[in-house]
Design a protein. Structure first.
Ligand code: DGY
Length: 320
C-alpha cells in the first residue's frame, strides 16, 4: 500500500507532483487546517504531513497521528510545531533553512526603503488628488546612507540583510545569542552589541530576524521602544509575538519612534486595530518569502524530506 501524505493547503503544482510520484497525496482547502480539531480528525490516516506555518501542530495533533513518521513544515520557522511532542512520538520534523534567505532579505530591504522614503503615504496622497505641484518640503524621509542598522538575530537571513544594507552604505551592528565569526564581522564591519537596550539606543533602524522562543516573546516592548530615537524605524519579518504590538502602536501614535513595517503579527491574521491607522506604518500579509522560485524551493525541500523519511532515510539526514 502506498504511504499517504497530507499537504494542508494548495502549493505550487510541481511540489505536489513530486510527492505524487511515490505516495498517495491529498491537498487540503485553504485555511481548513488552521485549527487543531480539523488536524486531529484528519491525521490518523497519514504517514507524512506537509503543514503551513498557520497550522497548529500541537501535542494533541501529533498524538493522534498513529501512522505519522514526518512533519515537514512549509517554512523555515517552526514555532507552530510542538517539537517535544514530536520527539516523544518519534516523529521526524523538518524545516526549510537556506532556500528563503535571499527572498526574505530582499523583502526586508523593500519594506525598509518603503518606510524610510514614505512610499505608502506618498501613493495615497497622489491617488487622493493632492499632488498639485512639486513640493520642496514634501515627503522628507530618511536616507539609508550612513545610518546604523541594528540586527536582532544574525543567522542566515540577518546576515543576508546586512550584506544588502552595506551596499546602501549602512553601518551594521547586531545582537545575537552567540557572536558570529570574525570573518563575517570583518566582511560586514559589524559591531556586536551585548544588550538589546544598547542596540535600541544606538540604531537608526532595527530589524528582527530571530526565532520566536520564550526568551524572544515581547523582546521589543514599551521599555525598548522608549530607548529608540524618535526617527528610528522598526522592521519585523520574523514572528509577530517578538513585538508587543499594543506598545508599538502607542509608540507610533505618540511619535516615540519614526516608523515601522510589519510582515508578521501577534495573532495572525488579526492586526491590532491601533496599528491599522498608525502613522508611517507599513503592514503586509506575511509574504517575505513570497517569490515563485522561493516558494517552489521551499515546497521541494519539504517534499524531499518527506520522501527521504518515508523511504527509510535516518532523521539526521533531513534539514532542521
Ligand atoms: C518562514 O518560512 O518561517 C517565513 O516566515 C515565511 O515567510
Amino acid at each position: 500500500m502506498n504511504k499517504r501524505v497530507l499537504i494542508t493547503e494548495p502549493v505550487i503544482p510541481s511540489v505536489i507532483q513530486r510527492l505524487e510520484n511515490d505516495f498517495t497525496v491529498e491537498v487540503g482547502e485553504r485555511g481548513r487546517f488552521n485549527n487543531e480539531q480539523a488536524l486531529v480528525e484528519a491525521i490518523p490516516k497519514y504517514h507524512g504531513l506537509l503543514p503551513m506555518l498557520s497550522n497548529p501542530i500541537t501535542n494533541k495533533v501529533i498524538a493522534a497521528g498513529k501512522n505519522l513518521e514526518i512533519i515537514a513544515n512549509y517554512a523555515v520557522g517552526y514555532n507552530n510545531i510542538d517539537i517535544e511532542a514530536a520527539d516523544k512520538h518519534n516523529v521526524a520534523v523538518a524545516n526549510t533553512p537556506d532556500v528563503l534567505t535571499d527572498s526574505c532579505a530582499e523583502f526586508t530591504m523593500a519594506i525598509l526603503l518603503a518606510v524610510s522614503r514614505r512610499l505608502v503615504e506618498a501613493q495615497e496622497y497622489l491617488l487622493d488628488g493632492q499632488f498639485e505641484s512639486w513640493d520642496p518640503m514634501g515627503f522628507l524621509g530618511m536616507e539609508l546612507q550612513g545610518q546604523t542598522l541594528g540586527i536582532i538575530g544574525m543567522g542566515r537571513i540577518g546576515t543576508a540583510v546586512a550584506r544588502r544594507a552595506r551596499a546602501f552604505g549602512m553601518q551594521i551592528q547586531y545582537h545575537n545569542r552567540n557572536r558570529v565569526s570574525t570573518d563575517i564581522e570583518n566582511e560586514l564591519d559589524a559591531r556586536y552589541i551585548e544588550s538589546v537596550e544598547e542596540l535600541a539606543r544606538t540604531s537608526d533602524v532595527i530589524t528582527l530576524h530571530c526565532p520566536l522562543t520564550e526568551s524572544t516573546r515581547h523582546l521589543i516592548d514599551a521599555d525598548i521602544l522608549a530607548l529608540m530615537s524618535n526617527k528610528a524605524i522598526l522592521l519585523n519579518t520574523a514572528r509577530g509575538p517578538v513585538v508587543d504590538e499594543a506598545a508599538l502602536a502607542n509608540a507610533l501614535h505618540n511619535g516615540t519612534i519614526g516608523g515601522a513595517a510589519l510582515d508578521v503579527f501577534e495573532e495572525e491574521p488579526k492586526v491590532h486595530p491601533k496599528l491599522q491607522n498608525a502613522p508611517n506604518c507599513l503592514l503586509t500579509p506575511h509574504m517575505a518569502s513570497a517569490s515563485y522560485s522561493t516558494r517552489e524551493a521551499i515546497g521541494m525541500m519539504a517534499a524531499d524530506a518527506i520522501s527521504g523519511i518515508l523511504n527509510g532515510k535516518p532523521p539526521s539526514e533531513i534539514p532542521n
